[in-house]
Design a protein around this ligand. Structure first.
Ligand SMILES: [Zn+2]
Ligand SMILES: [Zn+2]
Length: 135
């Protein structure tokens, strides 16, 4: 996940931060313990979506970094997969794995989860498409 202001634009990002900080200040959002280790030292709120300021995962400093690295790795993986699918032809791949084109596009765009079994199907479809001769 990149910087919020790059993703949703600076004014929306400021509004997001404002909503989040306000909720913390007013006690509507209670700073929790780190969700991974249960630690309470330097716990920060992590957001998966910049559209949902009140949906927060709480992490200590260390685990916040761990989480971001994991997210970045899976983002890069998705990005690479998308590039491969587009080279093979997104429609051809969608047909091969029997998934609607729209659904595949949503998944590759990171708008809905891509499950491990679906990932495997996509990869074997890519291999098949690569083998079959071009028309
Ligand atoms: Zn922790
Ligand atoms: Zn974060």
């Amino acid at each position: 996940m990149g910087w919020g202001s790059d993703i949703i634009g600076i004014s929306k990002y400021h509004n997001f931060l404002y909503q989040y900080r306000k909720a913390v200040k007013e006690g509507r959002l209670i700073r929790g313990k780190c969700m991974i280790c249960g630690g309470t030292y330097r716990v920060a709120g992590h957001h998966e979506s910049y559209y949902e300021p009140l949906r927060v995962l709480w992490f200590c400093d260390t685990h916040h970094k761990v989480w971001h690295k994991a997210r970045r790795d899976s983002y890069l993986e998705l990005f690479a997969l998308k590039a491969l699918v587009d080279r093979a032809g997104r429609k051809a791949v969608a047909a091969k794995i029997d998934m609607p084109y729209q659904t595949l596009s949503h998944k590759l765009g990171g708008f809905s989860p891509l499950f491990d079994d679906e990932k495997k199907k996509i990869i074997s479809a890519l291999e098949e498409v690569a083998k079959s001769p071009k028309e």
